[in-house]
Design a binder for this molecule. Structure first.
Ligand code: OAD
Length: 229
């Protein structure tokens, strides 16, 4: 059975990582236009890096939760299961998932605006803010996708190919507000996939689901195992 799983911030909520929208969401406290756009970085790289440095520490201290682990188990059971994630926290990989497409990049990778090199930078807290390129000393930025930027081409293409071939498309913990990720469940549906959503709240995807599990991710994933069996 071919399975694609789209995940969002909600799957990491039980690991203690805040989501973006909703009452305790990051975008309720901070303006994404000050922290998550290329223009914001140009204006004030120090401020942007301070915010990312804080998030990197939160993520470093967090552990994958039951939902991440169940997905990693499902990958071993269903050889054709791919995770398409909007998350930059790397928790799927830490739980043991191998087939993970990171649509919005990864918080542990940086790229240099001068020489273009990319590398993993795992120090937390960072020694210097903003950090400098270990190759040329230029300014580096987090290798994540910010508002107004295109998604990495290879990740986007792979996510579409998994989506169109999926027989079952599972959506976990995303508000489905940000495109093109939010479009994938509809693409899957138009190709005949069964859509299963796990989310404590209703989303724009809910009316199009075959099964809607209104629970937090860990509880919902337990129910999902039984449904797939
Ligand atoms: P959001 O914060 O928009 O949505 C989180 C979703 O998770 C909501 O629908 C919640 O109802 C749900 N949720 C909350 N707790 C949950 C739990 N314990 N289990 C399951 N679901 C839960 O996050 P995303 O949809 O991932 O992009 O946001 C998409 C993108 O917008 C992010 O990748 C980020 C953000 O701006 C960029 O920064 C470019």
């Amino acid at each position: 059975m071919k399975i694609a799983v789209l995940t969002g911030a909600g799957i990491s909520a039980e690991s203690g990582i805040p989501t973006f929208r909703g009452k305790d969401g990051l975008w309720n406290k901070y303006d994404p236009m000050d922290l998550a756009t290329p223009e914001a970085f140009q204006r004030n790289p120090k401020l942007v890096w301070q915010w990312y440095d804080w998030r990197r520490k939160l993520i470093a201290d967090a552990k994958p939760n039951k939902a991440h682990f169940i997905l990693a188990d499902l990958e071993r059971k269903y050889k054709d299961l791919w995770i398409i994630t909007q998350n930059i926290d790397g928790l799927h990989q830490r739980a043991g998932s191998l087939k993970v497409i990171e649509l919005h990049g990864n918080i542990w990778t940086v790229k240099c605006l001068e020489c273009g090199v990319r590398y993993r930078e795992e120090k937390t807290p960072l020694k210097e803010i903003p950090p400098r390129c270990r190759n040329c000393g230029g300014l580096v930025r987090p290798a994540v996708v910010w508002f107004g930027e295109p998604l990495p081409k290879e990740a986007l293409e792979k996510s579409y190919s998994c989506t169109v071939s999926a027989e079952v498309f599972i959506v976990v913990g995303t508000s489905a507000q940000v495109y093109p990720a939010a479009e994938l469940p509809f693409v899957a549906k138009s190709r005949g996939a069964k859509i299963i959503e796990i989310n404590p709240e209703e989303t724009p995807i809910t009316p199009y689901t075959d099964i809607s599990i209104r629970d937090r991710a860990s509880v919902g994933m337990e129910k999902l195992i039984k449904i797939l069996d």
